[in-house]
Design a binder for this molecule. Structure first.
Ligand SMILES: Nc1ncnc2c1ncn2[C@@H]1O[C@H](COP(=O)(O)OP(=O)(O)OP(=O)(O)O)[C@@H](O)[C@H]1O
Ligand SMILES: [Mg+2]
Length: 713
């Protein structure tokens, strides 16, 4: 039976007063299902769960429209069953009778899993996701058995994205369109990067706007970093959905402790584009401390957590006053946001490149060769963590005189240590400075835990041991600890234990600019979140009518040396001699580290405030637009799942819509069209934009010839 016939049939057979096709929120485990409510009499209804996934099999429940509760009236039920039986006979469809939604739902749930909030480590180099099941942490496995998704995105020949390992594979053949280390750029200003740093990347980092972006030469299109990070998040979401066989909407994402407001806001936007609702952002060391405290038997009360990832180095001192999670707090954070394993790789790449040039001056170091050298350097860097010596071989390097040359490079442990002296020294001074902080000196460090893939480097482990006279604790998979911690945080968010459990701190000083470009601090660094602090400011001129409030973030004394966040004017302040008006400036930071600045004149009560989502931030509308585009550009694999799992019903509606949307509509067809429009209207009212989806789907349909097969009933 065709879908159109089916709907026509129901509408005819029901002899109905009214029919509503609605996507019901109560059908939690049937994201694709519609509830068709057939109004039989004044107050009686039959709800048919129309699940496009099982088109031939229609699930039925008998209910009351208003409360969505089931009608106990057995007489009516009998009538309904009779009606449906008749429907079944004529339509040759199977019906399943269900008396109770909850029974119905739980049967379908795989493993009876409750709502899951995914813990996501969105890393510079690798990203991964985890969740908690039966108090055990489960890291989402990827296709190839690995659990780390390289945070790499490339635009393939079909002009869609490839993500992770698929993207990495294209680094050699498609270097200009293979983007990595996006986390270093997200939410940051173009002016924060020197052109020499930017030019080291084989792809084009776009500094033409205030906010850094990535420019695809092939597509002649600029991507916002949020869009690219969204592709990573989308991939993790889809992998998790497949693994769990259920839709995932909520997540907790980790960000480096050093992430400023712009970077946090941008990370949230990336999640929004990926269709994920961020329950919390949590700093990576906090997540690590949780994971160690809970799952590793190493819960001393004062821990130094050192996280050496791909792009960032985070140091934090974590205190736990008891065994339970509620007693965890981060006493201090510090670190270096532009120092990580990638810098060790870069140093090695530079050294290898120099050696090649020295031996073969005519070798042309093209973008492709650059990538090849990088790949080999990473491999060697990893091996040298476990062995004393490794060899890098380049069997074929093209030189400008049309010759092919080979090059061998032996890397010893000592040699590597020399090459990365600068980076190691930087790490060392970071740790030393941290240990010298008053806040830190107050505590006696009892244990050191190392996290992040690059903390496997023996030179790092030895250095930490020397500096602290303590043997650091390192897990076999130090790169999975953050995601595990995020998963634990997610679980606690889910169980409602929230504010007390996850105590985070502000990494940098927050304040306003005052006369002479002075940064007047309102919230000092390392303040525990959430926080709200006020300071009184006044005027510098007589009869001043307005006060300009400019918020900055950073630890420098000169305001303009710090990061400008946003500003506003406070009008209608008390007209008086300079120094008389009293204006309270309040900085309030929520648990996600997002800041709201408010100023209020004590006398006139004039008030103004700004939520810091400044010029670097994109609006929700922009994010929504990018969300549609993200779906269009998503990796094939992801796309298929998305369509089949999430938008399948819309495909079907769209098909029906197309089938009947022709000039010779019968009155019945017009009626059906009306019903479908009604249905789309419902979706629209529930917050989704059907037109956008349908437009997006239309575009995709044009690209996919096989869609008929995929979505045919
Ligand atoms: N055996 C190893 N020896 C040395 N370095 C390693 C080893 N294994 C992984 N790494 C390095 O670890 C880094 C990636 O670590 P991780 O996956 O923890 O980073 P990330 O979480 O993506 O980065 P960040 O936390 O800075 O955002 C890379 O620089 C990688 O080369
Ligand atoms: Mg990390």
């Amino acid at each position: 039976m065709k879908k159109t016939d089916f709907i026509k049939f129901i509408l005819e057979k029901g002899n109905l007063d009214s029919t509503v096709i609605a996507k019901s929120k109560s059908i939690d485990n049937f994201p694709n299902a519609y509830k068709i409510i057939l109004a039989l009499k004044d107050s009686d209804f039959i709800n048919i769960i129309f699940n496009p996934k099982n088109y031939g099999q229609i699930d039925l429940a008998v209910g009351d429209l208003k409360s969505h509760n089931l009608i106990k009236n057995s007489e009516f039920k009998q009538d309904a069953i009779k009606f449906i039986n008749e429907l079944a006979k004529e339509s040759k469809l199977q019906f399943r009778f269900k008396e109770n939604f909850s029974k119905f739902n739980s049967k379908k749930k795989k493993g009876n899993r409750p709502n899951i909030i995914l813990g996501i480590d969105l890393g510079t180099t690798n990203s991964l996701a985890a969740f908690i099941e039966n108090d055990q942490v489960v890291t989402i496995p990827l296709k190839n058995g690995s659990r780390l998704l390289p945070s790499c995105i490339s635009i393939n020949k079909k002009n869609t994205f490839d993500i992770g390992q698929n993207a990495i594979r294209q680094q050699v053949s498609n270097p200009e369109e293979t983007y990595y280390s996006i986390k270093r750029f997200i939410g940051r200003r173009s002016s924060e990067f020197s052109s020499s740093l930017i030019n080291a990347y084989p792809f084009k980092v776009d500094q033409s706007k205030e906010k850094l972006g990535i420019y695809s030469k092939r597509l002649k299109k600029r991507f916002e970093c949020e869009e690219l990070s969204a592709q990573i998040l989308l991939t993790l979401k889809v992998k998790a959905e497949r693994f769990l066989n259920q839709e995932i909407e909520d997540c907790v994402i980790t960000v480096p402790a050093y992430f400023d407001n712009n970077q946090r806001v941008a990370t949230k936007k990336a999640a929004q584009i990926a269709g994920l609702n961020v329950k919390r952002l949590i700093s990576e060391p906090t997540a690590a401390a949780f994971a160690y405290g809970i799952s590793k038997e190493s819960s001393k009360s004062i821990s130094l957590v050192l996280d050496l990832g791909g792009g960032t180095f985070d140091i934090s001192l974590v205190r736990s006053d008891g065994e339970d999670l509620e007693s965890f707090s981060v006493v201090a954070h510090s670190g270096e946001r532009d120092l990580g394993g990638d810098d060790f790789t870069n140093a090695l790449v530079e050294s290898i490149t120099k050696s090649i040039k020295k031996e073969h001056p005519k070798v042309n170091i093209s973008p492709t060769i650059k990538i090849l050298i990088r790949e080999k350097a990473i491999e060697a860097k990893h091996s040298i963590s476990f062995q004393d010596e490794t060899e890098i071989v380049f069997p074929m390097l093209p030189s400008s005189d049309n010759q092919i040359v080979s090059f061998n490079y032996v890397l010893t442990k000592n040699n590597f240590e020399k090459i990365v002296t600068k980076q190691t020294e930087l790490l060392k001074s970071c740790i030393k400075d941290f240990l010298e902080l008053d806040k830190v000196k107050l505590h006696k460090i009892e244990q050191i835990v190392l996290v992040g893939g690059a903390s496997r480097m023996p030179l790092f482990i030895n250095m930490v041991e020397k500096l602290t006279s303590l043997k650091p604790f390192i897990d076999t998979n130090p790169d999975e600890i953050i995601a595990q911690g995020a998963a634990y945080c997610a679980q606690y968010t889910l169980s409602g234990v929230k504010e007390k459990t996850i105590i985070d701190v502000t990494p940098l000083s927050l304040g306003i600019e005052t006369i002479g470009d002075i940064h007047s601090e309102v919230i000092p660094p390392n303040t525990i979140l959430p926080t709200r602090k006020s300071k009184v400011f006044t005027t510098i001129e007589d009869n001043q009518k307005k006060l300009s409030i400019k918020a900055f973030q950073g630890n420098r004394k000169i305001a303009s040396d710090n990061i400008f966040l946003n500003g506003f004017l406070l009008n209608d302040i008390e007209i008086a001699k300079r120094g008389v008006p009293q204006v309270d400036v309040t900085f309030e930071i929520d648990l996600d580290g997002i800041l709201t600045v408010t100023a209020q004149d004590q006398k006139t009560k004039s008030k103004n405030s700004v939520k810091i989502t400044n010029s670097l931030d994109m609006t929700d509308t922009e994010a929504e637009k990018l969300k549609e585009e993200a779906m269009l550009m998503a990796e094939e694999d992801v796309k298929k799942t998305l369509f089949s799992e999430r938008y399948k019903e819309l495909f079907i509606w769209k098909k029906i819509f197309d089938e009947i949307n022709n000039p010779s509509l019968s009155s019945e067809e017009e009626f059906i069209l009306d019903r479908i429009e009604n249905c789309l209207d419902k979706i629209h009212k529930s917050g989704e934009n059907p037109q956008l989806l349908i437009d997006a789907l239309k575009k995709i349909l044009e690209k996919f010839d096989d869609y008929d097969e995929d979505f045919a009933a």
